[in-house]
Design a protein. Structure first.
Length: 146
């Protein structure tokens, strides 16, 4: 996943993505989020816009009211996953790379995350051990079991 995202260089061969592909990685442990930055600040940092527009954007990902002022480090794991997904969409990513996106999510957070993912119109590559999610979401599967 990190090779496709451009975060690692291949040790052999090469990896090329089409010029129109904008890949974005949703990190399993949320290490790409600044725990000391508010949700609103994350959005404003990703793309400068009016505060009202940023709040409306966050509302689409189920962050309403004063929740936009919470620090990312104070959010639940499900909220952090939704924030990461929102930031990837905001950055114009059309290829999402998801590493175990449902780990640590409760049922409600899972459903909310899957709803947001269903609305995404680009391509999604997912690494997951969650059979129910794979059966529901995947159009094609590659099984890498040994």
């Amino acid at each position: 996943m990190r090779l496709i995202a451009g975060e690692l260089a291949p040790t052999g061969g090469r990896l090329r993505l089409s010029s129109g592909v904008r890949a974005g990685l949703l990190a399993q442990e949320h290490e790409l989020l600044d725990p000391e930055r508010s949700l609103l600040d994350h959005v404003l940092h990703a793309r400068p816009m009016e505060v009202g527009a940023a709040r409306s954007f966050l509302h689409f990902f189920l962050f309403g009211g004063d929740s936009v002022f919470r620090l990312a480090g104070q959010c639940s794991l499900g909220e952090r996953s939704r924030l990461q997904l929102a930031l990837l969409v905001l950055r114009g990513c059309n290829l999402l790379l998801l590493d175990e996106p449902l780990n640590h999510l409760d049922i409600v957070a899972r459903e909310q995350f899957e709803e947001a993912l269903d609305a995404f119109e680009g391509t999604v590559i997912v690494v997951s051990h969650d059979r129910a999610f794979i059966e529901h979401f995947a159009e094609r599967r590659i099984d890498l079991t040994g």
